[in-house]
Each structure stands twice: as structure tokens, then as C-alpha cells.
Design a protein around this ligand. Sequence first.
Ligand code: HEM
Ligand SMILES: *[C@@H]1O[C@H](CO)[C@@H](O)[C@H](O)[C@H]1NC(C)=O
Ligand SMILES: *[C@@H]1O[C@H](CO)[C@@H](O)[C@H](O)[C@H]1NC(C)=O
Ligand SMILES: *[C@@H]1O[C@H](CO)[C@@H](O)[C@H](O)[C@H]1NC(C)=O
Length: 319
Amino acid sequence: MALAIMVTLVLNLILLFSVVSTVNSLSFNYYEKTCPDVEFIVAKTVKAATAVDKTVPAALLRLHFHDCFVRGCDASVLLNSKGSNKAEKDGPPNVSLHAFFIIDNAKKAIEATCPGVVSCADILALAARDAVFLSGGPGWDVPKGRKDGRISKASETIQLPSPTFNISQLQKSFSQRGLSMEDLVALSGGHTLGFSHCSSFRNRIHNFNATHDVDPTLNPSFAAKLKSICPIKNQVKNAGTTLDASSTTFDNTYYKLIIQRKGIFSSDQVLLDTPNTKDLVSKFATSQDAFYKAFVKSMIKMSSINGGQEVRKDCRVVN
Ligand code: HEM
Ligand SMILES: *[C@@H]1O[C@H](CO)[C@@H](O)[C@H](O)[C@H]1NC(C)=O
Ligand SMILES: *[C@@H]1O[C@H](CO)[C@@H](O)[C@H](O)[C@H]1NC(C)=O
Ligand SMILES: *[C@@H]1O[C@H](CO)[C@@H](O)[C@H](O)[C@H]1NC(C)=O
């Protein structure tokens, strides 16, 4: 009898533990005792890489977004394909995913100082924050304590929003992850950094639909410019365009361009399609400060999407 009660008690405890450990409990001082230099090391690594290659911040920010939108922020985007399993990074929307080596470098330096403590998911979240700050954007304190996942499937990248999405599809994609329309408008501001290949917007400039060759929501002279960069039979391997005119500076130019109907993707342009999102676009176009405040709030929300269960030794392979 006593034994049975003991066993039940222990089982309940185990259950309680496994429930608690899957609940997200991020904190600002998570590594205060175990790895106090982690933020310094990540910042130093990102800064050094950016000094050599200006496209690094954009790549890191997008990597973090892709990570969080598939299985939560669990560094699943960093895992390599193994055997017959094709990983996320080898899935279709991976064009321009790069900068993986920066996370590897940071991880190596961190393992040398405090082995086995800091998750790859946390390193990526910190690197994304540093990327924004180094580009002249806002800085913020990143809650930490994420765990790394053990699964990464190329087939799951279909869960990422597509650049052809309309506003209701975007809303659905974000709300499935606990993110609001305000988060959608603010986080889309990430497109103030970086580059797009022709393939990501070609549907808007060639054979758009049965009645229009070019998406009529696109500014005509801008559309002509995009067509000259991306002709129908494109021969240039990495042809494409920057996402805004100041693509290495984290500013509110992106929103000003949307109002001029010069957003690159449909998913950018459709932010004008509901009164609520349109008002936010105007607000962020007028006030960079309002954009920064909203972006920080939404980044903390997005980067807290739960996932993962271990601290990987090598960001590219599960333990
Ligand atoms: C709202 C839904 C979104 C869609 C449909 C979308 C789609 C895309 C596409 C198609 C590209 C270009 C890929 C290429 O052709 O190389 C891109 C680039 C980029 N995206 Fe997004 N994105 C979205 C949201 C976000 C969010 C939330 C962030 C971060 C907060 C973000 C950050 C970036 C960055 C920084 C780049 C440039 C990457 C580089 O230059 O390496 N995007 N996005
Ligand atoms: C993207 O995926 C393709 C296969 O779909 C793969 O051949 C390519 O190496 C991947 N690119 C990156 C940067 O991982
Ligand atoms: C968005 O696209 C979906 C799927 O194609 C469609 O069912 C929906 O009516 C569209 N919504 C808007 C606002 O265009
Ligand atoms: C093509 O797209 C435009 C703009 O969205 C729309 O007004 C028009 O009805 C579409 N034509 C067809 C045939 O779908």
C-alpha cells in the first residue's frame, strides 16, 4: 500500500516536472551565474562578421524569424540534413539563408568559456538582436533560456508565410503563433534590411493574372525597374533587389515605400488592405520611434515562441 502511494507520488512528480519543463520560462538573467559573458561573446562575433560582410545582419534576422515560425525558437533551422532526413535549411524557402557560420563561431567561443550551458536557439535570438542594433536600430534586453530541438524537416518550411500571401493568410499564419496584426505590421519591418531574389516576387511582374501582366497594386515605374532587373528569362544567377533603399540600415524607409506602392512582396503591399494595418503602416512611416517601440515588443513576443528540449553541443547536429 505504502509502496503504491510512493510510486504514484513519484510518477506524479515526474509528470509535473515534464509539464513544467515544457512551459516557457525565459528570463533576462538566465546565464548570469552559468555564462555571464555570453552576450558579450555573441555581440563580438556578430560585429566581426558584419565588418567583413554587410549582408550578415539581414541574414541573422531572417534566420531567427524562420527558426521561430517552425517548431518555435528551437534552432531547428540550424540543423543539417542527416541520412534520408532533409532539414529545414534544405527546404524550398531557403534561398538566401546564410550566415550559419556566425552562429557556429559564437557557439565555439561560448563552449570554450562555459561548455554545455548555452542553447543555440538563445545564441540565434541574441545574434538577431545584435544584428538590428548594429544596423542602427533599437537595442533591447533578450529573455533567455530557450532549448534546442531535435527535429528539423524540410517539408515543414511550408508552414512559413509565403510572399504571395494576402492579408487574411498572413493574419492566420501569425495568429497561429500567438501574434497579432500589430505584430505582423511591426515585424514585417524586418524587411528594412536585406535582399530578395527575383524568384520571390516574379509572380507580381510577369503574367500576374489573366487580365494584368503586372500586379496593379505595384507602382508602375517601380514595376518597370523590377522587370528590367528580373526579365522573364532571367540569366543572372543571383539577380534580385534590396528590400528597401537603405538595406543595411534599420530604419522606417520600408513603410514609406509601401505607401508609395514600392513594397517588394505582395505580403508587404497587402499591409495597406485593412484599415487597421494601413493605419499602422502610416504610423510607422511617420514615426521611426513608434516603429522601434513596436518592433522591440513584437520581437520579444516572436522570439519567445516555445520549442526544444536540450542544449546542443554543436548547433548543426542533435546531441
Ligand atoms: C510576414 C511574412 C513574411 C514573408 C512572406 C517574408 C518573405 C521573405 C522573402 C520571400 C524574402 C526574400 C528571400 C530571397 O528571395 O532571398 C525575405 C527576406 C527577408 N526577410 Fe522576410 N518575410 C516575412 C517576415 C519577416 C520577418 C517577421 C522578418 C524578421 C523580423 C523578416 C526578415 C527578413 C530579412 C531580414 C530578409 C532579408 C534576408 C537577407 O538579405 O539575407 N521577414 N522575406
Ligand atoms: C537550399 O535547398 C536546396 C534543395 O532544396 C539545396 O540544394 C541548397 O543547398 C539549399 N541552400 C542552403 C543555403 O542551404
Ligand atoms: C486570401 O486567399 C485565400 C486563399 O487563396 C482566399 O480564400 C481568401 O478569400 C483571400 N482573402 C482576401 C482578403 O483576398
Ligand atoms: C487580377 O488582379 C487584379 C488586382 O488584384 C484584379 O482586380 C482582377 O480582377 C484580377 N483578374 C483576374 C482575371 O483574376
